[in-house]
Design a protein around this ligand. Structure first.
Ligand code: MN
Ligand code: MN
Length: 465
């Protein structure tokens, strides 16, 4: 007989136990998670910049019957709308039948990722090569960006207002670009330097060509040839770089990782791995009661600033518009609203256990991660959700069979980070962080588990209900 002892029974009842999705879920459910991941990989491949992420999301929203909305338009009960903010951030709105004063449910992710942006005067020639100068965006480890295939994404807006879209390096027939690195044979000096200083921001120059324009007289023939190629293809001149947003990203599509295909390697999981479930949960929601808002924000990686970042008033404005259209009080709506700040967490990495405190770390494949607080040092910059609100969200997950865990970002004083949570909460809206654990966060190739991705989708679906 394998009857449980009283102590064992008591232990089962009283102790917290983390669950592994692959151990808990049926084969069918795991198949569903793998199938869901196929859609996500497609989204990720089409969304390497915030602009592309907005376009890909609008595509999905339109297919689900959402129509474009601009501030001041009518908002009807049962209506499905998207607000495109400057092509760089997006709001999905599903108007419910109950009074918005009952509170709206907000899921907010960000769609910008660490990368290398081109400077305003990027193009130069040096010793037989043409280069583009870059200025990195967000928290990167500079050495990771050398000797990997890179692509160029973005827009150039000419003085006449015409915008040209540029993507070079993603199609298998496209050329790629790269940043070279020292050969080990000659790196003895560099190898002595601390990692943080061995690679300099001003050294991250993108090699784009070496063939000179055919002419015996002029100088800067290689630069001229590059400019001539760009002019022929895109109709741009050098000064147009000034009104451009061109970004260097890894030239790699998302791939299954591992013999079991349980993981996905890709660029920009932070935070599209949360943005995608935000989109799918709201688009798939069949409820009619609650008003739902899905936010895809820009600029999180540099502080959520500016007109497309989460600190912009636009979320509050949108709620003001909902109030005006429904004859309700916007302040009451906000006070009763709830938000999940959808962002990734650091997954425990067995290769670097020293920066984690395992009891309070997110484990890959153990479900969606709730972080009551983030921040650095003494929780600085954190939202720190209330016990009451955490309990409410916990109860939603338990009632809807979501496998979830809690974590903070590594050991106390090992570092830290923030999310958009505090920026939403500043509008008097209860907010807690929720998302997918990631390995190698902010690297050109990050790693996530399909199991966590699907549980995150389920968590957002439960929250929308
Ligand atoms: Mn993030
Ligand atoms: Mn990040």
């Amino acid at each position: 007989m394998s009857e449980k002892t009283k102590a064992q029974e008591l232990k089962d009842k009283l102790f917290y136990k983390k669950k592994n999705v692959f151990e808990e879920r049926s084969e069918e459910e795991i198949d569903r998670a793998y199938a869901y991941a196929e859609g996500y990989k497609k989204y990720l491949d089409n969304a390497k910049t915030e602009r592309e992420a907005v376009n890909a999301a609008i595509q999905l929203a339109k297919e689900a019957g959402y129509v474009e909305y601009t501030l001041g338009d009518e908002l009807k009960a049962g209506g499905k709308y998207y607000l495109n903010n400057r092509g760089k951030s997006l709001f999905l709105v599903k108007m419910g039948t109950e009074s918005p004063e009952c509170g709206v449910r907000i899921n907010a992710a960000h769609i910008d990722s660490p990368r290398l942006d081109l400077k305003q005067h990027p193009l130069y020639e040096d010793n037989g090569f043409a280069y583009l100068k870059t200025h990195y965006y967000g928290g990167i480890r500079k050495y990771q960006w050398t000797t990997i295939p890179l692509a160029l994404h973005g827009v150039v807006t000419k003085m006449n207002g015409e915008t040209v879209d540029i993507v070079i390096g993603e199609d298998a027939n496209d050329p790629i670009f790269c940043i070279t690195d020292l050969l080990p044979h000659l790196a003895s000096n560099q190898s002595q330097k601390p990692l943080g200083t061995a690679f300099e921001g001003e050294g991250l120059n993108l090699m784009i060509g070496c063939r000179p324009y055919r002419d015996d007289e002029i100088d800067q023939k290689i630069k001229l040839n590059m400019m001539a190629i760009l002019n022929e293809k895109y109709g741009i001149v050098e000064s147009d770089f000034i009104s451009a947003e061109l970004t260097v990203t890894p030239a790699m599509n998302a791939r299954d990782l591992g013999l079991d295909r349980a993981l996905i390697a890709g660029y920009g999981h932070d935070d599209r791995v949360c943005a995608y479930p935000v989109i799918t949960s709201i688009l798939e929601d069949e409820g009619t009661e609650h008003t739902l808002i899905g936010v895809l924000a820009d600029k999180e990686e540099i502080g959520s600033c500016g007109a497309t970042g989460m600190r912009c008033r636009l979320l509050a404005d949108l709620i003001d518009e909902i109030a005006r259209e429904t004859g309700t009080n916007a302040n009451v709506i906000r006070a009763n609203s709830m938000c999940l700040s959808a962002d990734v967490s650091a997954g425990f990495d067995p290769l670097y256990p020293e920066v984690f405190e395992k009891r309070n770390s997110a484990l890959l494949s153990c479900g969606v991660v709730m972080s009551k607080y983030t921040g650095a040092r003494g929780k600085s910059g954190s939202n720190d959700a209330s016990a009451e609100y955490v309990a409410k969200v916990r109860a939603i997950f338990e009632a809807n069979d979501v496998i979830w865990q809690t974590a903070e970002l590594g050991k106390v004083d090992a570092g830290g980070g923030g999310t958009v949570a505090a920026d939403v909460a500043n509008h008097n809206i209860d907010t807690v962080d929720l998302g997918v654990p990631v390995l190698s966060m902010h690297a050109p190739m990050e790693v996530i588990s399909k199991a966590d991705l699907y549980e995150t989708h389920k968590a957002f679906c439960a929250f929308c209900k």
